[in-house]
Design a protein around this ligand. Sequence first.
Ligand code: ATP
Length: 330
Amino acid sequence: MKRIAIITSGGDAPGMNAAIRAIVLSCHEQHIECLGFYHGYNGLINDEFIFLTPELVSPIIQRGGTILKSARCKEMHQDEGVKQVANTLTKHQIDALIVIGGDGSFRGMMALQSDWSGNLIGVPATIDNDIACTDKTIGFASAVNTATQAIDNIRDTANAFERVFIVEVMGRRSGHIAFNVGLAAGAEAILSFENCNLNSLEQAKSHLITQIQSQLLEQHTGFVIVLAENLWPKGPHGLQQTLKDTAGIESAVCVLGYIQRGGSPCPEDRILATELGIEAVSAAKNSTGMMVGKVNGQISRHCIIRATEQNKPVDQALHSAYHHMSKLNN
Ligand code: ATP
């Protein structure tokens, strides 16, 4: 193998730079050239790239975001776009493409398989942690740290004013962030896809109201609800209105939003990104259609189809811990 290409695609995640660094340094040691294409698949369509050298990547392990930039690329949903990407890879005599991103980015990789014969390897990086075949994705641990710290700050005001706070966290349609952050921040309630669905919203609402009323009355303290994005109709403001209309409960809303995606990666993410980056180069030499992951402490390779099609549920142990704690709180 002489040349590999790298892209970072989809939502940026802390640790993407650490993964780029590990890939480039591993390649350098094995005399493999590395081309970094900018803005996800767009860079491969527009032929916009840089030769990645050890000098360029050595000092980036602690930096959030991605030096290769990231983006969505709608052209990849059309055959023409996929063909353009394949042409660029062929033109530069690329032997393998390493895609650092989420499940959508891996679907893009799968679309390329029919037009390009080089090796395709995925490195899971998304704060949502919604990819199977790896216990954690790169960026998840940092996002949980950031969101937990933010709720710790909110907690001070919640307690001082004995106020209800609804804090919306990211996660797309999965509750990994909500459950981890909710437990770590000692949230009084966690509302996520795993414990609340469209059919059980009424029940969740009544339970929440009883919980808030008894706790505010008896304990004179704040009440923090961690709400997964895309769950409640009309979002956190919808829930705020519901609490007011149904039970006269006033609350404040805080949408954590993009602060969860940014910032310096925590050590856990830097280490995971380094391990997966090294494995990705190794995998790129003799396999294709694979994603590298870490399962039960072991670095491993998995068929990309399994990684994208399987659902990764939130750990049952987290559910149990949350239910246990909510009983103790009431
Ligand atoms: P995150 O979930 O963290 O935002 P992601 O990789 O899942 O990351 P997406 O926006 O879903 O983010 O996908 C990133 C890009 O991958 C898309 O903009 C598109 O270029 C490509 N892609 C996604 N799905 C497909 C698909 N079915 N076919 C071809 N390309 C796709």
